[in-house]
Design a protein. Structure first.
Length: 157
């Protein structure tokens, strides 16, 4: 394929590259769609993405209008810790079984065990977290250590 071998590079191989080799690799990976796919297919892909975005916006318009009329004028979520009740593991597991792409769970993490649950019961491939770190509930290192201790593979470095 190229002078980089079979097209798969390990972290160690990338780390061993010179800055010029990394720039070359990045430039080749950032090729325009027209260079990667035949132009008719690239146009169809762009049209499909635009259709999905516009369709999604149109589909969400009634929900937005409903919320505009039904939410109180001074709506504020006052009790944030009560909302950190964990990921929706049932939904995440159902989606994981239904699709062949990686599933990323997002929203709801309040404890370290919520992550263990979403990876075991929820069958998620990855999980997002923000508030649990922003409000200093825990650290990324503690979370990774906790996951490793429960048999979930993570990179600690």
């Amino acid at each position: 394929m190229t002078d980089y071998g079979d097209g798969s590079l390990s972290d160690a191989q990338i780390a061993a590259m010179s800055p010029a080799q990394r720039r070359d690799l990045i430039q080749r990976l950032e090729r325009p769609l027209d260079e990667v796919f035949p132009p008719p297919l690239a146009r169809r892909m762009r049209r499909n993405r635009l259709t999905l975005m516009v369709g999604g916006a149109i589909a969400l318009t009634p929900w937005t209008i409903y919320l505009a009329f039904t939410l109180p004028d001074n709506y504020v979520a006052h009790n944030w810790p009560a909302t950190w009740i964990g990921f929706d593991c049932v939904l995440t597991a159902a989606v994981s079984r239904a699709v062949s792409i990686p599933v990323i769970a997002s929203g709801g993490a309040g404890t370290l065990d919520h992550f263990v649950e979403v990876f075991t019961r929820g069958c998620a491939d990855a999980a997002l977290a923000a508030s649990i770190f922003h409000y200093a509930e825990t650290s990324v290192r503690l979370l990774k250590t906790h996951l490793r201790d429960h048999g979930i593979p993570v990179r600690l470095a």
